[in-house]
Ligand binder design. Structure first.
Ligand SMILES: [Zn+2]
Length: 252
């Protein structure tokens, strides 16, 4: 059994960008999934204050994780306040040392939201730091090795200049799509918010359309796209791809 750490910025990002893949790994693969958001997403409401919104959204994220038998944690960074600084890098490194993942899947380093970009960089650098014993972060022991690191698609698959970000591979999530839908459906508070802030009338339909768009690029109905970070000294072995087996798709 492998441990997969899914680390993204806000409650609902994990569901939209990798929910189907996590469902496959958990439901079919029997692997341990730890879903972590950097923030509680407490900015995501026009009706309620930060405390109430953060509490509601963490509860939604916890219910979403339960759909696939995953653990849920929140790092407690402020919404719109995730930064690549010394205390934040130590906090994310301590998370990695505590969870001890074989695979880390995080946000795209280029994305529409500053928190997405910041948590991506923090996750990348925490993977590097976690085995460095003299880098002190807390109680948990240093990792034995750098975990295999992957980035999800950016929201909409493009960087801030509108340039499409290439993928290494995609995962056919057709067999797990019902779980992806059920996970995102737990985020009831976001229906009104994304309509107001993003002009998206139906966030479930929007996720459906996005997953189908990725699928079209790979000749299947429903898919999620990924890139593996292979820079030295990160693992180059296809750890996640091997866990997913036949569900892995290469570009047409
Ligand atoms: Zn987000």
């Amino acid at each position: 059994m492998a441990t997969i750490l899914a680390l993204h910025a806000h409650p609902d990002d994990i569901e939209i960008l990798m929910g189907g893949t996590l469902a496959l790994l958990s439901k079919a693969g029997g692997h341990r999934i730890v879903a972590v958001t950097a923030t509680a997403g407490e900015g995501g409401s026009a009706e309620f204050g930060t405390e109430e919104t953060g509490r509601v959204r963490q509860a939604e994220a916890r219910r979403s994780a339960q759909v696939i038998g995953a653990e849920y944690r929140c790092l407690g960074f402020p919404d719109l306040g995730v930064f690549n600084d010394d205390p934040s890098r130590r906090k994310v490194t301590e998370l990695l040392r505590d969870v001890r993942p074989d695979v880390v899947i995080t946000a795209s380093p280029a994305d529409y939201h500053p928190d997405h970009e910041a948590i991506s960089i923090l996750a990348r650098d925490a993977c590097f730091a976690a085995p460095v014993a003299n880098y002190c972060t807390g109680e948990a022991a240093a990792l034995d090795a750098i975990p295999a690191l992957y980035f999800t698609d950016a929201i909409g698959g493009r960087d801030r200049n509108g340039v499409k970000i290439p993928r290494d591979f995609a995962v056919d999530v057709g067999a797990a799509f019902q779980f992806k839908q059920a996970m995102l459906a737990q985020h009831e508070s976001q229906a009104a918010w994304v309509a107001r802030q993003h002009g998206i009338a139906d966030h479930l339909a929007d996720m459906d359309a996005w997953t189908r768009r990725v699928g079209r690029d790979f000749g299947v109905e429903l898919a999620e796209g990924f890139r593996q970070y292979r820079h030295t000294p990160y693992p180059k072995a296809p750890v996640l791809q091997n866990l997913l087996g036949d569900a892995v798709l290469t570009a047409l």
